[in-house]
Design a protein around this ligand. Structure first.
Ligand SMILES: Cc1cc2nc3c(=O)[nH]c(=O)nc-3n(C[C@H](O)[C@H](O)[C@H](O)COP(=O)(O)OP(=O)(O)OC[C@H]3O[C@@H](n4cnc5c(N)ncnc54)[C@H](O)[C@@H]3O)c2cc1C
Length: 397
C-alpha cells in the first residue's frame, strides 16, 4: 500500500477542500435538526446538491461526457473523505448518483442517457431503487412483480418494499419479471418507471427511529413505455448486478472519517458523565472499551486502504466490499452499544428533550445502526460471498 498522494491528487484534494471551505453552510446541522418535516429537510439537501452540481462537484466518478469529472478511484476516495471532513450535508439524490446513474451509463441507450443523467446530477429528479419485495430480499431472483407486454408498453403490477426515498422519488429503477416461464434469473427486466404514473401508490413505513426513510410501493397495472427498459428485455438480472456492484462503491471512504469524529465526541462526553463517583473516562472498563473502538476505526481505515489499493491494481472489485460492509456495519452496532453504556439513561433521550446530548443523535444512531447489517445485503449474505469468493468454500445457497 502506498498512501502518498500524487501531485495531481493533491491538487484535486486542495481544490475541493477550498470549495468546501467556502461553501458548506455554517451551522447547517442545527438548522437542519430544527426542521420539523422530512420534506423540509429533504428540500434543504436538494438545494445543497444543486450548489454542488453548479460548482461541478456532483458525480465526480461519472465520465466527463455525462457531467462528471472522470475521477480516478483514489480521487473518489479523496472526494468522500473531504466531504466527510468538511461535514458537508449529504446529497439528496444518493441512489441516483451512486448506483442508478452509473447503471444507466453502463447499459442505457444514447437517448436514455440524454433523458436521465443530467437531472440525476442536478437533483431535479430523485430516484429510488425498487428491488426488494415482501417475498424477495436476499433471494432477489424470487421477485414476483410482473410486467406484461401490451403494445408499445408494459403493464406493471406488484408490490415492492423497503424502498428508500420512495416518498421523494420521481423515478424508480424497478426490477420486474417479464417471462414467468424462464429460469428465475433469466426472465427479469430492469425498467425505469415514472413514479408519477397512474397506478403507483406509495405507502410510508415507519422505522423504530420514528422516521419514515423508506416505503412500500404498489403497482396496479402501471403503464410503462417499452422504451424505458434498461438493457435488453429479460436480461434485467445482469443490469441489476451493475447496480448492486455500485452499492458497495467508494462512498465507504467517508465512513472512517465519521467514525473517528463520533469516537472523539464520545471520548469528550465520557469526561463529563459521572460513573461511580468519577468521570466515566477514568473507569478502567470504559477505557478498555473505548480503546477497542479506537483500534477498530483504525483497522477499518487501513483495511479500506488495502482494498482500494488492490482494486486500483487489479481494476476489478472482489469480495473486499463484502468484508468492509460486514466490518463497518457490525462495528457501528458495537460502538453504539459502548456509547449507550457510557451515556446511560441520557443515551435514550431524543431530540425533543432539552437534556439529550447532541440533540438526541445518540438515541437515533443506536436505533438506526440495527438496519446497517440488513441494508445493501445482510451480514449473513456478505459472509456467504466472502466464504465462496475469498475462502473458496462451497456455496451454501
Ligand atoms: C435501511 C434499509 C434500506 C433499504 N433500502 C432498500 C431500497 O432502497 N431498495 C430495495 O430494493 N431494498 C432496500 N432494502 C431492503 C434490503 O435490501 C433487504 O432488507 C435485504 O436484502 C434483506 O432482505 P429481507 O429483508 O427480505 O430479508 P430475508 O432475505 O428474508 O432474510 C431474513 C434473514 O435470513 C437470512 N438469510 C437469508 N438468506 C440467507 C442465506 N442464503 N444464508 C444465510 N442467511 C440467509 C438473512 O441474512 C436475514 O437475517 C433496505 C433495507 C434496509 C434495512
Amino acid at each position: 500500500m502506498d498512501l502518498t498522494l500524487t501531485v495531481l491528487e493533491q491538487k484535486f484534494r486542495d481544490e475541493l477542500r477550498a470549495w468546501l471551505g467556502g461553501n458548506v453552510p455554517t451551522g447547517w446541522r442545527a438548522r437542519h435538526a430544527a426542521m420539523k418535516s422530512i420534506e423540509e429537510r429533504f428540500a434543504f439537501i436538494r438545494a445543497w446538491q444543486r450548489e454542488v452540481y453548479d460548482a461541478g462537484w456532483a458525480g465526480v466518478a461519472w465520465p466527463k461526457q455525462f457531467g462528471g469529472r472522470g475521477a480516478s478511484l483514489i480521487e473518489q476516495v479523496i472526494y468522500h473523505e473531504e466531504m466527510a471532513r468538511a461535514q458537508a450535508p449529504l446529497m439528496a439524490n444518493v441512489l441516483g448518483i451512486g448506483i442508478i446513474g452509473p447503471t444507466i451509463i453502463g447499459w442505457g441507450t444514447d437517448e436514455q442517457k440524454r433523458r436521465f443523467l443530467a437531472s440525476i446530477l442536478s437533483g431535479e429528479e430523485i430516484w429510488c431503487q425498487g428491488f426488494s419485495e415482501p417475498g424477495a430480499g436476499s433471494d432477489l431472483a424470487a421477485l414476483r412483480t410482473e410486467a406484461r407486454r401490451d403494445g408499445d408498453d408494459f403493464l406493471v403490477s406488484g408490490h415492492k418494499v423497503w424502498t428508500s426515498y420512495g416518498w421523494a422519488a420521481d423515478w424508480c429503477a424497478l426490477l420486474v419479471r417479464t417471462d414467468p416461464e424462464a429460469p428465475r434469473h433469466k426472465g427479469l427486466t430492469y425498467l425505469l418507471v415514472d413514479m408519477h404514473s397512474p397506478g403507483v401508490a406509495v405507502r410510508p413505513l415507519r422505522q423504530m427511529t420514528g422516521e419514515c426513510e423508506f416505503t412500500e410501493i404498489l403497482f396496479d397495472s402501471v403503464r410503462v413505455p417499452a422504451w424505458n427498459a434498461l438493457g435488453s428485455v429479460n436480461d434485467g438480472w445482469n443490469v441489476a448486478i451493475t447496480t448492486l456492484m455500485h452499492e458497495r462503491g467508494t462512498f465507504g471512504a467517508s465512513l472512517h472519517v465519521n467514525f473517528k469524529r463520533q469516537f472523539d465526541r464520545l471520548v469528550e462526553l465520557s469526561h463529563t458523565i459521572d460513573r461511580n463517583g468519577r468521570p466515566a473516562a477514568e473507569d478502567p472498563a470504559i477505557r478498555q472499551k473505548l480503546a477497542q473502538c479506537c483500534a477498530e476505526v483504525e483497522i477499518f481505515r487501513l483495511t479500506q486502504m488495502r482494498a482500494i489499493t488492490r482494486v486500483s491494481r487489479s481494476g476489478a472489485p472482489g469480495a473486499e466490499g463484502s468484508i468492509l460492509k460486514i466490518f463497518w456495519s457490525e462495528y457501528m452496532q458495537r460502538f453504539q452499544q459502548v456509547a449507550a453504556e457510557i451515556l446511560g439513561p441520557y443515551s435514550q433521550l431524543t431530540e425533543e428533550c432539552a437534556y439529550a446530548p447532541d440533540a438526541g443523535q445518540w438515541a437515533h444512531a443506536f436505533l438506526r445502526a440495527r438496519g446497517h447489517t440488513i441494508e445493501a445485503g445482510t451480514s449473513e449474505i456478505q459472509r456467504n460471498i466472502v466464504g465462496a469468493y475469498t475462502l473458496g468454500l462451497p456455496k451454501s445457497y
